[in-house]
Write a protein that binds this ligand. Structure first.
Ligand code: MG
Ligand code: MG
Length: 255
């Protein structure tokens, strides 16, 4: 399947979808506290998407029952929101998507609940930094492998497990478009990036192994060894200069 190139109008719609997602993240971040359930966070996402006149791309996808994915501690991705209540010291990844005028956005962020351990703090800061390392390579003329290479180099040097069974993806008229974007790779490998490509870049790191397992609910993916995991994702547009972050959260910008 060919990789689609978006025009300025398409990218404007993706910017709007990204803005809705960023607003969801802002409200989720404010709500996260010990005692709050993952289902309550899901309600915030559902209501914010509706308030903004957007559509959820997660709800109902292959039967997924939530408006966001909530993955706690050793859970990496695809956690189902529900009755679980957060406790002090947990970390939670909230992965949120939305559609505006047929165009998709996708962004995940890992948050601490109250005071978290030094190891967990370091994991969150370094996974976020790995996202920006990868994202900085999403430049017209680079090959796709440069993104994964940058993530792998940054995370590997610091001793993290790098989840290899899941990764980023093209995004636009669909949530998952070509190409798959692994969080490892070689700079000279893969397709050549062009201005107008829109990509979801999403490193997932762990304090232990690379390997994953799917839990009994048949959705939630966790680390094989139970080590804690973080996941940071932005939807970006490749330009001739620096990539444009379409899901930017104003109060969470690091560069
Ligand atoms: Mg996502
Ligand atoms: Mg994604």
């Amino acid at each position: 399947m060919a990789i689609s190139i978006k025009t300025g109008t398409d990218i404007e719609k993706m910017r709007l979808a990204g803005g809705v997602i960023a607003l969801c993240h802002q409200r989720v971040k404010e709500a996260i506290a010990p005692g709050v359930s993952t289902g309550e966070l899901d309600t915030i996402v559902r209501d914010t998407i509706a308030e903004q006149g957007a559509v959820s791309n997660f709800f109902g996808h292959q039967g997924f029952p939530g408006y966001c994915c909530t993955s706690v501690n050793e859970e990496i991705v695809h956690g189902i929101p529900g009755k679980r209540r957060l406790v002090e010291g947990d970390i939670i990844t909230v992965d949120i998507g939305a559609i505006v005028e047929g165009f998709h956005g996708d962004s995940a962020w890992t948050y601490g609940v109250g005071t978290i351990s030094d190891d967990a703090s370091r994991l969150l800061a370094d996974t976020e930094a790995a996202l920006y390392e990868g994202l900085a390579q999403a430049i017209a003329g680079n090959r796709l492998g440069a993104i994964g290479h940058a993530v792998e180099g940054y995370a590997g040097r610091r001793g993290y497990g790098i989840v290899r069974e899941y990764g980023g993806h093209g995004i636009g008229r669909q949530m998952w478009e070509e190409p798959h974007i692994p969080n490892h790779g070689k700079p000279g490998h893969g397709i050549r990036l062009r201005a107008g490509m829109t990509l979801a870049i999403e490193p997932m790191l762990s304090l232990g192994v690379d390997d994953t397992r799917v839990l009994e609910d048949e959705w939630t993916v966790a680390t094989a060894d139970g080590s804690w995991s973080a996941h940071f994702e932005h939807t970006v547009a490749v330009t001739d200069g620096a990539p444009e972050i379409l899901t930017r959260q104003a109060d969470l910008v690091v560069q």
